[in-house]
Each structure stands twice: as structure tokens, then as C-alpha cells.
Write a protein of this length. Sequence first.
Lengths: 588, 454
Amino acid sequence: MLPPAAARIFSFGLAIALGANCVGAIADPDGTSQGGDGPATAGRSSPGSSTPGGSGSAGLEPSAGQEGAGQPGSLPPGSFAPAPGGLMRLTASQYHNTLRDLLGVTGARAVAPDQRGSIFSSIGAFEVSTAQVDVERYEKAAFAVAREVFGDEAKRRALVGCAPSSASDPCVRAFVSAFGRRAFRRPLEPAEVDRYALVVSKSAAALGDVWGGLEHGLAALLQAPDFLYVPLLGKPDPADRTRQRLDGFELASRLSFFLWDSTPDDAMLDAAAKGELDSPAGLRAVIGRMVASPKTRDAVARFFAEHFGLDDFLEEAAKDSKIYPQATPALLEAMLGELRGILEQAIFSPQADFMDAFETKTAFVNPELAKLYGLEPPAGGAMAERALPEDSPRVGLLSRAALLALKARPIRSSPTLRGVFVREQILCQEVPPPPDDAETELPGDADGILPEDGKAMRERLADHSKKPECAACHALFDPLGLAFENFDGLGAYRTTENGQRIDPSGTLDGKPFSGPRELAALLRSDRRTADCVARQVFRFGTGRLEEGSQEPQVAALSEAFQKNRRSFVALLSELAASDGFRFVAASP
Amino acid sequence: MSRFILSRRAVLRGAVHGGAVALALPTLEAMLTSDGRAYAAGGTLPKRFGKWFWGVGLNQGAGFWVPSQTGPDWSPTTLLAPLAGVKEYVSPISGTQFKHPGIGHNHSRASPLSNSWDNRVPNLIARYGGATLPSIDQVVAAAWKGKTVLPSIEVRISKAGEGPHSGSCSWKGPKEIVTPVSEPGELFDRLFKTGGAAPAGGSSQAGSQILAARQSVIDATLESGRALGQRLGATDRARLGAHLDGIRELERQLVGVAAGGDASCKTPMKPGVVPSKNGGEDLETRHKLMSDLIALALACDRTRVFSVEFSCNQSSTRYWQVGAGNGHHAISHTGDSGTMAKIAVFVMKQFAYLLEKLKSTPDGLGNLLDSTLIYNTTEYLSPRAHVFHADHPILLCGKAGGSLRAGIHHRRPSGENAGRVMLTALHAIGLPLKEYGAQAGRTDQPIQDLLIAG
């Protein structure tokens, strides 16, 4: 029997279609047909019996379920099962952004750390339990925030909006109702108003101070489960009993934490109260207003930080100073800045086609990065935009120093890490873990000195993966990683390595490329790349790793991405407006 | 509602004043039998359990740490030299190997800390760490829950690599991660003040007023939680239940701390934030402050279980103290074994401070090391290769209340299941599990040679 976790992963079909033994992919490197007979349908109904990779050409298809799918909003009831709802704990950034938006307090506070169950912290937010120490942290933070607000007379007056003469003053209940609605993201039940008004009166009595009572009332609201967790439960859908429909306030919360990485504002809560989120047009209008807000940039930044693994960039991309003495923190910061600049342009510039990011020739450099790229350094220390030469082998985000340095070892490049990144993150294909006794070392790794044996990386890697149990999988990702061998472990361009001329040519599932530039073009035009963007946004936005029954939603989202000329902002909007976002399965 | 609250409060008061919650009273000689191993009034002295883990490992031959002689006359090796002053409390256990196969730094956290690892979890969802059993400290904490104000305390010294990939070295379940604290001030708050507004001693008027106000907040939180729970499915109800248990635990702590104003457990000054040093982490200061608080917490019986994560698995800690220019994990994949050795010795020097601190803290007729058992290990003998080897570095320290043969180098046949050492530790502290571990590590055989029947 598979343990539940493994059964789950094997049940979600094509996203892992590379399979456990890589056989299917190897047997048919030309497997680019769009057949719908892969494990997506065959495997998901019986998780335990699924044999990933065992069905030939389907081995490389990330999404076979896209045919016949329409707009996200147009899937008829019963044609898909929504992802389960449940209890979503605020992520650390959502918690902080919420305090900023509700109370104007901005300090960093120790709260429960995010857990990335499967790439995204939004998925962990639905799954993990809160540790004892984190319960204590939330309590401590709530009291500290309340103190910060009530310690400032102007702030407390602005927040409370009236001056209570005693704890029984109607002002108290008015405050509890008004702030409670913003904190819980829904109107409070009368019993809840009673409950928190009682905190105020009891505390006021104990402390002999009505303001102290209100301070405790605020602290209580800020540590309530209803504040720290977002319940997405819904009510049974009369049209389809198998699914639950989120009410307007739940949907407002889900939209807001997805598109703003923060709590809904008053306008959204008002829209929910008026039922505006219940009609497609009303929902679209609210979403349109939301994605025009600068707060959407917070959410997008979070998505890419987790998708590309950038949160610990300075540590993860750090280099051996003997081999890469130029790898200063300033250079690494600039790399990250460039990546952000490219994404910003591909997402937020007018009429942006997100897929342009895969071939862009725009660079953002500081003097150190300009030197690494061989570009004219900008004056001063600031970042500046530069155009890469027309014939530059470095195009698109995959051959920028940020990702090249991140997907490398401290002492050398790593075609394996780079190739796996392309397969898993860019094409959404799960690569099986290496065999238990695999050696991950190449000659030279042990002593930090690359051997002067006249061999280039391609040859060393081939020697390394001679064993049949290694070769099958390495054949999947090494050719893609070797395309980037013209870029060393830091991302600098080179034409030779160890005295050998570098050959960056290869094939992407049967399609030949001569080097990184042509691979970038292939990936950009490969429908799987765009589909993967949609799939990753689906995971991030719903906070769920898709199961087979959600494949129609993912496919419909991919279609919508194409119809909207691959606008990333439209992709966010389409998911937000889709049935998959408005409905949930009964919570587990 | 009020009836429920009243009865809960009454139970709490009874528990604290009636002594069911052992608080803040260091065990005095007069209370003991003549051999100091038991209370005169019956009942044995409490045992304590600690886990001390450091990331990455050695990249050295076994001789770097394994003493050449077995038994009590072992001479400290390069790695163990810093422990010479407490040698009679340190038992190196050599020869064993963790049995979970794998690659990367997930099994090397899961296996040495929980003797379990699910190697079938693909990359996409592997980031919770892949363990199928709780970490060993949480096994003990669960068994001893309710004996002290805090079931356990968890600290992390180096904050490097605190990113989501590394999680924590303590967990109750695959998705129930126990968050360690890295600032001594935060541990201090947990031990003595516990967040929010300070109750500041139940005897004072102001303290009891603040306590009453905080309890009104707790009441509301529990009520809201109950109402929300009724709307949830079973899984989420359990998740929320864990949170509400945390709230009740917090209340127990508040009431307990407020009631426990014993003079000899006088709270020390709250430590401030540990500033950085030489552009890096001041690991030495942070570990000393944490060790002092751990000793105090044990002496005052605030808790009997602690976990120190000196550095996390796959740690990127930069040990500037020994001249390292790169992160620990990065260095482990170069040939710089000289720096690796210096780091290991530096880490062991810090560990020695904790042992010495416990040894110098009286407990009964002896000291805290007499009653404590600390399980010390790391990820790999050879992190370069990412696989477990025989002679995995493991130390059992302390006498576990006289149940462990302390101060001996004990050698096992090469490659024997290291899970047996963990099971032995559990037996020594009075948790005689019939079997321990999962998958390839499962064992029902403690190492009898290390145990002293009592």
C-alpha cells in the first residue's frame, strides 16, 4: 500500500507524467503528440495501480485534458470537481500585510513560519497545524499590536471612532462590530459581538480602565481563529449537490489573499454584502479593480519568489569565493533585481505577453552585473536598463545570471539542476527522485578542483550517468541543462571549458536546438510552457495541488491564458473569476 | 458557557496549587532519600531528555571522532576533545548507521531525528521532510505531557537556512511542525512571562488583574474556536483543535507562572536580541544564553524536554569564527575538509558549554547531567556523499537518573541499525517502547549493554 501522501501524488495524473522510471520518455523521445490516452485519465481513477511513465508517449505530456475545454467560467456543473475548501491559515506575508491594511502597523513580528508543502506556502497554509509556540507568538503579536495602536491617543481615537464613557457605552459594541467585520472579513453574529464586548467589559473592570478594555478587545479579535484562519467552506450548490458554493464574504477573502496577498478592503466587503460578487459581471468588475491595485504586485512577487525559489537567494546562490571571487552580495542582489525587472516588464507593461519573458533581450544591470554580461556599465551604482546584442546567446529569463547562479553548485555549473528546473518548474513535469544510492558528485567536487583531464561537462556527466538506472532520467534533463553550459556557475558567458569547446546543442523532446537561444525559442513556442504557467498559478491561487478531477479547470485556464494573448494579469483574473475559484469540494 | 469556564479555571487552580503541575521548586536535599535518587516521600526524581542536533556533518574519516579504546578509558579524539572536561558523562556510540536510504538532506534530517523516512514521496511534496514518525524529542514530550508547565522547549541557534526547505528539527507529525525559537528573549518569555502582558506574579494586585483580563481574551478565543470548529470537516477540526489546545496550554502556563513565585527560581533578566558579530551570527553568545535558560528551565522544572538545533539540515551557516568564507553545506561539497573539521570542533565546543552548565547546576544530591540524557547527532559522517555510513556520529550524554552507562565508548558491529541507540535512549529515560522507528529503521532491540537496570 502506498502511504496517503504517495497515493495522493500518484493520483494527480499528468503533472507527474515523467514517471518513476523515466522509461516512457526515453522510449519515445519524439513523444509530442497531443494524445488524450495518457495516465491522466487512466491513472487517476486508481492511484495505487497507476504506473507513471508506463504509457509511452504520454510520458512527456503535461496536460492532455485541455481538449474541448472552454472558458473557465463556462464549465457546466458536474464537468469538474472543484478542489477542496477548508481552513487556510494566513501566511506570514498575508498576516503582516493584513495588519498593515487594517491598522497601519508595519513592524515584522514572529509568527508561524510558512511551510511549503508543495512549492507554494498557500498549499501549506491549508495543511499544516499551528505549533504551541506559534499560538503563543500570535497571542504575543496581538497584544503588541493592540498596545502599539492604543498607546497612541490619536491612533486609538481614529480606530475606535468614539469615546466610551464606560464599558457599557454603545461605542464599545459599535467598535466591536465595525472592526470585527474587517478583522473576520464578514459581519459578526450578534453572539460574537456579545462575546468580544464581554472581553472589553471584563478587561475594563479588571484593569479599571475602559481604554484598556478596548485594547484587550482588539487583542482578542487579532488572535481569534476567525482572524488567523480563512474558512473557505461554502454552502451546498442547489444546482450540483457535490460541490459547495462560497458565499460572497468567503469569496472576497479568497480573491483578496490571492490577488493582494492581504485582507479585503471595505469596498470589497461592501460589494460582498450587496451580492455583487454573485453575478459574473459584478465579480469581473471587482477583480478588474483589484488587479489595477499596486497590491497585486505583492501577490505576484510572492508567486515568483516561491515558484523560482528566490526567498533564500543570497544563501542558495552563494559561490565559492576562490573560484568566483566576483560573486559579491552586491552582484547577487543585482541578479535578483534583474529577474524582478524582467518579470515586471512581462507582467505589468501594457499589452504584455508573459511568454516574451522567455526570449526578452532586455537586461537590467548594475556595474557588476554589466561587467558579468559584457555590457556598458551604468554610471553610479544604480540599476539601469540595457539591450542585449541582437545575436546574444543570452536571451530570456532562463539565461539570466539569477537563475543560472541559483541552479548551479558553489564551484561549478550544474546541467542537472538546470535541466530539472526546466522540466519541473517550466514544463510542470515531475522528475522522480534519484535512486537511493545515487552519487551526486562529479570528478572535482570532492576536492573543489576541476580535473584537468581535458573533459568538458557534457562528457563528465555522460560518464557519471552510465549506469542504466541513472541514465534514463539524466537523459530527460541533462540535455536541457547542457544547453546552458555556455554560462558558468555564476552565469558568465564562456565558449570553452577545461580546454574544450562547449557544445550547447541538443534536443527538446525530439526538436533540435543549437544552443540556449534556440532552446529559449522552442520553450517559448511550446504550448506546454504556457500551460505550466497556468498550472502553477492554479496551484498558487487555489492553495491546492491539483488532483485529476481538477484537470479540466487547469486546461480551461490554459485556454483562457492563450485567448488573452498570454497576459499574466488576465491569467490571474481568469482564475479568480472561474468556477474553480468560487466553488469548493466539501472540506476534508 | 460560564459554567464551563468556571470549572476549567477551578481545575487549573487545583492543578497548580495542588501540585499536579510541578512548578519552580528546585528539589531540595531534605526532600530526598539518602542516595539522592528518589523523593523521601516516594516517587523518583524526574528524568530529563534533550536532543542536540547540528547540520551537515564531518567529511572526515571515522578516526576524527571515534576513540580508539572502548569502555570508560577512551581518550578524546579531535572532535571530542572539547568534551574532555565532562568526559565521565559522555558516551560515544560508534559503528552504527541509519538505515533509511535516500539522497539529499531530507532523509538526513528525518532518519537521525525520528528513525523514519518515506523515500517514496516525490520532490513536489517532499518539502515537509518525509518523516513518518515524530521527532524523538516530541515522542518524549507527548509521553510526559502535563508533568510540567511547558511540554517541551525547542531552540535553534543558527538562523541560516531558515527557509521553508529546511523546516524544523522537531515535529509531531509530517504536517505538525514544531517551530524553534532563535532569540533567547523569546525563550525567556515562554518560560517566565509567556507573551502578551505579563501576569507578573499572582500575589500582586496588578498581576492578578492583568491575568483576569488575559483570561477574558482566552475565553473568547476558545469560544470562537468552538463555534468555528462545528462548521469544519474532520481534518480541519483537528487542525483547529491543535490550535485551541495551544490556547489552553497557554492558559495553563499563565496560571502556572503567576502562581509559581518561588524565590530560588527567581527569574533572571530578560536577554536582549543577540547582535551580529563580525558581519555574521554570534552563535557562541546565542548558544550560551539559550543553554543558561535551558538549565534554568530544567532546574525549575518548567519543562523536562528540550531540543537544540544548533544548525539545520543542509545548513548554510557561515562559520566566520573558524575563517569560513562560505556556507557550511556549500563547503561540504568542496574538498575543503580542513574547514569542515574546524567547524565540527567549534560546534562541539559550544555543546560542551551546555554539558558543563548542566553539570554545574545542582539537582537533588547531584547535578542536572545526572538526571538528564542528551542525544547528540548530526546529518552525515560524510555529507559530501549524501548517504549514511557506519560510524554515524552519535553521543549519549548524561546519566539519565542512573539508568545509562555514562562515560564509556561503546562500539557496535559496523553498520548496525542506529535506531537501536535511539530506542536505548528512550528506555534509559523510562519510556520502554516495545519497538521504535519505521521502515528500514524499525527495531525492538535496545542495546542492553548501555542500560543499567534500576
